[in-house]
Design a protein around this ligand. Structure first.
Ligand SMILES: Cc1cc2nc3c(=O)[nH]c(=O)nc-3n(C[C@H](O)[C@H](O)[C@H](O)COP(=O)(O)OP(=O)(O)OC[C@H]3O[C@@H](n4cnc5c(N)ncnc54)[C@H](O)[C@@H]3O)c2cc1C
Length: 395
């Protein structure tokens, strides 16, 4: 029976990063994935690492560190993952929205992050194709883009150089434990692997892996749809999104937008990102619809309606396809990066919701520090699984 120091379950961007960091640190690691690399949400998402969509505090702090790590990884990893520091722009429709954005940017600046408020004139200088009536927004040069699908392969290919063994098309069905409750085996549909440590990086499926060791992991799938445009001349130079995106992500940012019923009903907020291939990714929405990743015509219409309001030029650009993914959502919008006290040897690195691409490098590093018994780069008390002990599974 094969034996590994650590078995990582799930080869999305989190499992790939965890595998890379552990392998580089000298651990003998197996990465077990039920499909192929990037089988899940990490190939059904946008492509940005942002600080400007995060709450001040640990959310932004780990997001920022992760972006710095991406800059290093872009030089270090042999596989090109199309990293670029383009910056990003939030746009505001009303004075009230700009006021809320200003308060948000002020709080981020107090923590040392460079988020600048721009007025209508500056906005149009940065992105001339935007609608002329927007009142202003937030610009930051920190935010970056990459191709998340390629990031997964870049981590895995580099980790293989340090000895990583990859088991694709192996679905984890059971986890065996010793008399002291410690994890002992990972049982897939094809074989049994012995190990002392398991990292659950199964994203929206992390709760199913949790069931295998008798714990409730309160992660729910939160759907999002993206439209892909045809290749076209430059529309925007960087990520552009409406500040209402914060409204669709966080429940406690609370004001009314003047939007149609279609946009309101589907919790749609405009986002657009250029890709290296000159197609644009246009989004987005958030909805709880189980694990269903079918595209929905109504949502496509709502996204198109909202997108053309901010970028009228999109009316003349074709949409070549649409796709949907499910974000691993947790109620406090912070990932779970943690050991599990009641199951010795069992770790969780899941629940990154809309931030898994952003936070993958730092997550991989901190999981490696946890397993090595070292101090983590950040105090991760707020990311501990034990924070849910009082609140059972979220239905
Ligand atoms: C529309 C949309 C846009 C987004 N945009 C961004 C963005 O711009 N920036 C950002 O930071 N984040 C973004 N996100 C969020 C980001 O995509 C996720 O947070 C991230 O992909 C989660 O990665 P993961 O590795 O945890 O999960 P996944 O990529 O889903 O990986 C989990 C893996 O576990 C495997 N697995 C599950 N069960 C088993 C089992 N029993 N045995 C073996 N393997 C198993 C799955 O097959 C899967 O490959 C977006 C998400 C969506 C839906």
């Amino acid at each position: 029976m094969a034996h590994f120091d650590v078995v990582v379950i799930g080869a999305g961007i989190i499992g790939s990063s965890v595998s890379y960091h552990l392998s580089k640190a000298g651990y003998n690691v197996a990465l077990v994935e039920k499909g192929d690399i990037a089988n899940g949400t990490s190939s059904r998402c946008d492509a940005v690492a942002l600080i400007s969509d995060k709450k001040p505090g640990i959310d932004t702090d780990i997001g920022f560190r992760s972006i710095q790590m991406y800059k290093e990884l872009a030089k270090e990893l042999s596989f090109d993952f199309e990293f670029s520091s383009r910056g990003s722009l939030y746009v505001c429709e009303t004075d009230l929205e700009l006021e809320i954005a200003r308060e948000y940017a002020d709080n981020q600046r107090k923590d040392g992050y460079d988020l600048q408020i721009v007025d209508n004139k500056e906005l149009l200088e940065i992105e001339p194709k935007l609608a002329k009536d927007l009142v202003g927004g937030i610009w930051t040069e920190v935010d970056s883009t990459m191709n998340p699908y390629l990031v997964c392969f870049a981590f895995v290919e580099e980790a293989k150089k340090y000895g990583l063994k990859v088991f694709t098309n192996h679905e984890v069905r059971e986890i065996g434990r010793g008399v002291d409750g410690r994890v002992e085996t990972v049982i897939t549909d094809k074989e049994t692997i012995r190990t002392e440590q398991i990292v659950n990086c199964a994203g929206v499926w992390a709760s199913h892996i949790g069931d295998m060791v008798g714990i409730d992991i309160p992660i729910r799938p939160r759907k999002g749809m993206i439209l892909v445009t045809e290749k076209t001349d430059r529309i925007v130079h960087q990520k552009v999104h409406e500040f209402g995106y914060m409204l669709s992500k966080f429940e406690d940012i609370n004001y009314q937008r003047n939007v149609s019923k279609l946009v309101e009903d589907h919790n749609i907020a405009f986002t657009i990102e250029p890709t290296e291939a000159d197609n644009y990714l246009v989004g987005g929405h958030r909805a709880f619809k189980g694990y269903n990743v079918r595209s929905e015509n109504e949502v496509i219409r709502g996204i198109a309606e909202r997108a053309t309001r901010f970028l009228p030029v999109l009316k003349d650009v074709g949409c070549i396809r649409a796709y949907a993914g499910v974000r691993p959502w947790v109620i406090d919008h912070l990932p779970i990066v943690s050991e599990v006290e009641e199951v010795p040897g069992f770790y969780i690195a899941s629940g990154h919701e809309g931030d898994g691409i952003s936070m993958a490098p730092i997550t991989g590093k901190m999981v490696t520090q946890l397993i090595a018994g070292e101090e983590t780069d950040f105090n991760i008390d707020r990311l501990k699984f034990s924070r849910y002990k009082a609140s059972a599974t979220i239905s």
